[in-house]
Design a binder for this molecule. Structure first.
Ligand SMILES: [Mg+2]
Length: 172
């Protein structure tokens, strides 16, 4: 595997967040969970997380993990609205895969160096950030792409990249 493939390969592939058991993550010793919003927790444009999604985030907290949102969405109102429902901290316009916003929020909450998980749906933003930071990185399938042509195109491109670098999704 080339050095580049290492940064494109998530530690785990999941169909959705609901395949991720918060208690399993806690049992493995992880402490912090960085969450993407768009197409990971909610589809693009959806204003309120479903009850099921809220319960899953509550379970993260119940398991003793520290969840927070790290979103590249540029609209603070949307990100804050979602974060308020979950009652967890949130960073918008995070510029993933660059680590600047991550560093700021790590400093604010004393998270630097704590064993961390990053969950997102995009390779070029979420996975690269997670892998370059040494986080346990979980790639979920985008919730829906039919309402956002640019993201559908990016998804196709990312899939092509993964194939090119020989990154394969293990069967499970
Ligand atoms: Mg996303």
């Amino acid at each position: 595997m080339s050095w580049l493939a290492k940064y494109l390969t998530p530690d785990e592939f999941c169909d959705s967040i609901y395949d991720i058991d918060p208690y399993r993550l806690a049992g493995q010793g992880w402490k912090v969970v960085y969450l993407d919003i768009d197409n990971t927790l909610l589809p693009f444009g959806a204003e309120r997380p479903t009850l099921k999604c809220q319960q899953w985030v509550m379970e993260l907290r119940g398991a003793g993990l520290f969840p927070l949102i790290l979103s590249n969405n540029r609209y603070p109102s949307r990100v804050e609205q979602v974060a308020q429902v979950f009652d967890i901290p949130a960073v918008c316009w995070a510029l993933k895969p660059f680590p600047w916003a991550l560093r700021a929020v790590q400093a604010e909450f004393g998270l630097r160096g704590k064993p961390s998980v990053l969950i997102g749906d995009q390779v070029l933003t979420d996975v690269i950030l997670g892998k370059t930071q040494g986080f346990y990185t979980i790639l979920v399938k985008p919730i829906r792409l039919d309402n956002k042509p640019s993201k559908a195109l990016q998804f196709q491109f990312e899939q092509m990249l993964l194939r090119f670098f020989g990154v394969t999704q293990p069967a499970h």
